[in-house]
Write a protein that binds this ligand. Structure first.
Ligand code: PLP
Length: 387
């Protein structure tokens, strides 16, 4: 960072470059050399957003658009609760147990600020690694103690809850889990949520379940923590970004424990607003439609099948990878994940080194199936030669 006389948060000053910035820069250098780069690095779906959703956004424009209220439009809360009921069979009160968010990133980042209480002994935020970096950043900026919990293949990429000491449970304010998981693409059974929710109630922390990828599945729909009989101390975060290819719209929700939703409704007006009203209208259309989601799943499924076939033929082991838009591959030959990613980039194929996503990600790379089917076929032809 350039030298400045202005004060700077020490958390920000210590922050390493977001690893994907490095990855994107390396890919950009390759493009400047004239290589036609195919980017499987970041998980931004490049699918067009369904016309039904785009039309709802346009129809939602008004002469004057005031501040969107934190609680969002009743139609949106209703559409979210109805989707939760259809998808997970859970019946939630849309007015008391659902709050719309601007995608899920901001809500994930700021959640620690709403619940961490160092003076009350609740100073620790646990999250799994390798993983989405925002749980840790949110904890650090809230002044909490971050506690990374490794995901290991031998445990099915679930955190080893037995390895956590009683004193640590007592200090926890939040335990973040993310299934289907980014980056390992593993799925958690409902029994895992049952156990963690019981621990959350026993020790007084929040089970925060980031479920951004529940709709990208291939064999059977993954469960949600919303299916638990008792949602006390449970907060579920979901988003239209991946389900409906709406990363640029910024629309998601937090749902679960009524007391937590009430706390968020008190907290969130200080931080910002609900999504723009026209985005909320588009979101009502998106949550209400499954056809476009089925089509997206089918497209991801075809791309996935291409690569699974290639990796099987080439003896590249695919770990985890039951759902999501990601494939989690063991680095063939056992070298570092960064060196393997650099080798593929030489041939114009960008993948994310597992080590960028957390120490326990070393030895793996993540492939985000976001390029279109033609690009995927081209990448398979390249990898056919390279692997
Ligand atoms: C695990 C996980 N959670 C949450 C998000 C945030 O998505 P959004 O803010 O677009 O809803 C992402 C985005 O990549 C993610 O990978």
């Amino acid at each position: 960072m350039p030298l400045s006389r202005a004060p700077l948060s020490p958390v920000l000053a210590r922050q390493a470059t977001y690893p994907f910035v490095r990855l994107n820069e390396a890919a950009q250098r390759k493009r400047e050399e004239g290589v036609d780069v195919i980017d499987f690095g970041t998980g931004d779906p490049r699918e067009p957003t369904d016309p039904l959703i785009r039309q709802a956004l346009v129809d939602g424009l008004r002469d004057r658009m005031g501040y969107p209220l934190t609680q969002g439009l009743p139609e949106l809360r209703g559409a979210i609760a109805a989707w939760i009921e259809r998808r997970f069979g859970a019946s939630l009160d849309p007015d008391a147990q659902v709050v719309p968010t601007l995608g899920s990133k901001e809500a994930i980042f700021s959640f620690a600020q709403a619940v961490v209480d160092p003076d009350g002994g609740k100073d620790t935020v646990a999250y799994t690694e390798p993983g989405y970096p925002v749980y840790e950043r949110g904890a650090l900026f809230a002044g909490a103690r971050p506690l990374p919990v490794p995901l290991r293949e031998r445990d099915g990429f679930l955190p080893d809850l037995d390895a956590i000491e009683p004193e640590t449970w007592a200090r926890l304010a939040v335990f973040w889990v993310n299934y289907p998981n980014n980056p390992t693409a593993a799925v958690a059974p409902l029994s895992f949520y049952e156990r963690l929710a019981a621990l959350a109630r026993a020790h007084g922390f929040v089970l925060a379940s980031d479920e951004a990828y529940t709709e990208l599945w291939f064999e059977e729909p993954p469960p949600s923590a919303l299916q638990l009989d008792d949602l006390t101390n449970v907060a579920v975060f979901n988003t239209l970004s991946k389900r409906s290819s709406m990363t640029g719209y910024r629309s998601g929700f937090v749902a679960g424990d009524e007391a937590l939703v009430t706390a968020l409704r008190a907290f969130r007006p200080t931080v910002g607003t609900a999504p723009q009203e026209f985005v909320q209208r588009a979101s009502v259309a998106a949550w209400g439609d499954e056809r476009h989601v089925e089509e997206a799943r089918a497209r991801y499924g075809r791309k996935r099948a291409l690569f699974l076939d290639l990796f099987r033929r080439k003896g590249v082991r695919v770990a985890g990878s039951a759902a999501t838009m990601y494939l989690w591959l063991e680095v063939p030959g056992g070298g570092s994940s960064e060196a393997f990613a650099e080798r593929l980039l030489e041939h114009g194929v960008v993948v994310a080194p597992g080590a960028y996503l957390g120490a326990s990600g070393e030895g793996y790379v993540r492939l985000a199936l976001v390029p279109d089917e033609q690009e995927c076929a081209r990448a398979v032809a390249i990898l056919e030669e390279v692997l």
